[in-house]
Ligand binder design. Sequence first.
Ligand code: HAM
Length: 420
Amino acid sequence: MSTFQAPKGTYDLLPPDSAKFLAVREAIAAPLRNSGYGYIETPGFENVELFARGVGESTDIVTKEMYAFETKGGTKLALRPEGTASVLRAALEANLHKAGNLPVKLWYSGSYYRYERPQKGRYRHFSQVGAEAIGAEDPALDAELIILADQAYRSLGLRNFRILLNSLGDKECRPVYRAALQEFLRGLDLDEDTLRRAEINPLRVLDDKRESVQKQLGDAPLLRDYLCDACKAYHEEVRELITAAGVSFEDDPKLVRGLDYYTRTTFEFVHDGLGSQSAVGGGGRYDGLSEMIGGPALPSVGWALGVDRTVLALEAEGIELELPAATSVFAVPLGEEARRLLFAKVTELRKVGIAADFSYGGKGLKGAMKNANRSGARYAIVAGERDLAEGVVQLKDMESGEQAAIGVNEIVAELEARLG
Ligand code: HAM
């Protein structure tokens, strides 16, 4: 009996599937690296107050889903439920915004933790790759990020995703809308919890998934109709820029996100093959977050794409990524002398950059060839006493089955040439 299991809502990434996750992270990061984003890494936990203030005291993430704890020294920390607050905290702390080079463009990749009810696509430990562009108010920056996410998904071969786009207004127009929405919600037949939510965070009610609630929201006022001129013009410019880039999107005037820091541009990438957890990524502009966590005014925009859900989306579309074989050459020694010689050759091959592996544990030919097969190697090099007496090894092409003797001193050059 195995005593321990992975905690509820988590799973282990194991080969060969784990290679897909690495490839997805790579594919999302590639367009960012190519567009001036520098890599940032922050701790897996932060002061709990950072998220309470940043993500929002009344959000589900902060009230229900945070892994918060107190250290032996009495510090209140939380495992990070998201990356934006941490990245902005780190940028402010290091004064990156004062280096005179705004926006500060950063990308990250890592583990995030939310105490959610687990289901397919929703885990308590998950991976995101994200990007934040800090300190510039420019519709082209919002457009850049949406275009790069689109490019990342397309480079993976994904097609059945949609981009939902909205504007949440700013500190001028949102309060007016908020009051109007509240007034509307007060007139509905809602349970007590929902009415309370309407008082604290009315926009969140728009996101209520229950049909009994959605049915009543048909005539709800839309933020779109309350945007101030500046927000309207900004949003129009974002829409034009992404349209000009050939990226299609849908206007979704009811799109609200689960985090409170958003202003103006907000968007979500949804995949139609994933069932209820359809958001593969999301983001938007957060012009007030810096001030909310004690920094100067730094209008910013960013997104995070979920690696777990992106892998599920690939599976839903039946996409097999073309992953390079982990091993190109597999060495099979028969006998002690061959073991020493081939072990040295494997080390040499690795030094010149050829992925090579070795049959360990003194296996016989049959067992070792089985390992060679499983490794996915294109070539096996097999050597026994008789071969070595003649100064050769057998080089076997695992695809064609062809075998040829080659001189011991030619192994590396021959394989370099063949693997080109
Ligand atoms: P978010 O929408 O909360 O945004 O998360 C982004 C993505 O992370 C989701 O679309 C989803 O793919 C993935 N994700 C979230 N929760 C889970 C979960 N429990 N299990 C599996 N995947 C999950 C943010 O986190 C913002 N920080 C994005 C952002 C960056 N906004 C501005 N900059």
